[in-house]
Design a protein. Structure first.
Length: 200
């Protein structure tokens, strides 16, 4: 929890620096993304894994710090569509993620076409459609993301990878989840994602 609070403090500090920069130009837009999640878990010392797909959308904004550097933030509302496997049952996880990525535009002679790289932390709040599952989900999440993309006029196309630094679920064992007795377990999420943004 201490590391999580530190991540939030650093993210807010960087955002404040970007907003207060008198040279900063703010550009707003919207984004839709598609994710392929991998959940890795340890249940009573046994390693398990499972996969799920997801979709997210929400507003994005870009703070220009210089000609080629910028901060990217926003608020992504999403759902992880669970499948029946050895970790999850049939339910969905809903979340809101707030990224704070530092970006670098690669300048080209064609101003309508330019690649870019982004990386940085994100924080999030997660809940499940299954009320019993919420007993083992840690609602406050944090992680790191990295992506590469292409600007084509007002559109941005990106591909990237996110790794969770906090446990998505954790349980000491011995409690009941519905009709089942929970075993000691923890799990983390990572994901590969694709995204499309449009800026105004």
């Amino acid at each position: 929890m201490q590391n999580f609070k530190k991540s939030i403090f650093i993210a807010i500090t960087l955002l404040a620096i970007g907003v207060s920069n008198t040279r900063a130009q703010v550009v707003w837009g919207g984004r839709v993304g598609f994710s392929y999640y991998t959940e890795t878990a340890k249940v009573s010392g046994i390693s398990l894994s499972g996969n799920a797909t997801g979709i997210e959308l929400g507003p994005v904004l870009f703070y220009s710090l210089s000609d080629n550097f910028y901060l990217n933030s926003g608020a992504m509302l999403g759902v992880m569509l669970s499948t029946q496997d050895e970790i999850r049952g049939k339910y969905q996880n809903y979340y809101i993620d707030i990224p704070l990525y530092l970006g670098l535009k690669v300048p080209l002679s064609n101003s309508n076409f330019s690649p870019y790289l982004q990386a940085g932390p994100y924080v999030g709040y997660w809940r499940s459609s299954d009320s019993a599952t919420n007993k083992i989900i840690n609602p406050l999440q944090a992680g790191l993301g990295i992506m590469a993309g292409i600007n084509i006029k007002r559109f941005k196309f990106d591909i990237g990878y996110k790794i969770g630094l906090t446990n998505l679920t954790s349980n000491k064992g011995g409690e009941y989840l519905g009709d089942y007795v929970l075993l000691e377990s923890t799990s983390k999420l990572s994901s590969i994602f694709l995204g499309i943004s449009y800026v105004f």
